[in-house]
Ligand binder design. Structure first.
Ligand SMILES: N[C@@H](CCC(=O)N[C@@H](CS)C(=O)NCC(=O)O)C(=O)O
Length: 209
């Protein structure tokens, strides 16, 4: 078994889906959580100066989605066929587009408002809610296409993990996040109820994002 070391900040952010893949697969890893001060010391040694970074037997892999996809393929959470894997990759890309679209709202919540978006209520109504409704429509179509309860027929994948973890941040900031979307709320709970994931969620540090 290779030795795995995952570097990220204390929060969930872009590192959490990979931590969850280790938990789902019951594979041990070193969960390195850096303070900003420690990160700044290491920054110049990281491939793109950012985290997450996964070290596999000392070799560094950057970029959150590449890391999660690598682990998901190894552990069986990337889709069951090549076609399904491509669909899962596309779902994750679509989620990244959504993540970019809602930046004015999320960055406000991180305390780094982009210029012109200082009013968080305005960012919620004009950016988050329309983007959410569009994205939830895509998720509903995917959920209705199969009977697994997840986004593809072959069961839970790394795309479910990114999407559901991001929902945890959003519903923490905006309690009405699932209002009018009971199927999506049920999906959110279904993913978190997977026994090994539930065990991880219970023991991990509790952070707002
Ligand atoms: N596209 C990259 C983005 C990585 C990223 O933005 N990382 C942030 C934390 S979420 C970071 O390292 N920020 C510190 C910095 O850029 O100095 C990914 O998905 O991994």
């Amino acid at each position: 078994m290779p030795s795995y070391k995952l570097y990220y900040f204390e929060g969930r952010g872009l590192g959490e889906a990979s931590r969850q893949l280790f938990a789902l697969a019951d594979v041990s890893f070193e969960d390195v959580r850096l303070t900003m001060e420690k990160f700044m010391e290491l920054k110049s040694t990281l491939p793109y100066g950012q985290m997450p970074v996964l070290e596999v037997d000392g070799v560094q892999i950057p970029q959150s989605v590449a890391i999660a996809r690598f682990l998901a393929k190894k552990f069986g959470f990337a889709g069951k066929t090549e076609v399904e894997q491509a669909i899962v990759d596309g779902i994750c890309d679509q989620w990244k587009d959504f993540y970019a679209e809602i930046r004015p709202y999320c960055y406000g919540k991180f305390g780094i408002c982009p210029p012109g978006w200082e009013d968080l209520e305005k960012a919620k109504t004009e950016v988050l809610i329309p983007a959410r409704d569009k994205f939830f429509g895509f998720l509903k179509n995917l959920l209705n296409k199969n009977k697994s309860g997840f986004l593809v027929e072959g069961g839970v994948t790394y795309a479910d993990l990114f999407i559901v973890d991001n929902m945890t941040s959003l519903v923490g900031w905006f309690s009405g996040y699932f209002e009018g979307h009971p199927e999506i709320e049920a999906y959110y709970k279904r993913v978190q109820d997977i026994p090994k994931l539930k065990a991880w969620l219970t023991k991990r540090p509790n952070t707002p994002f």
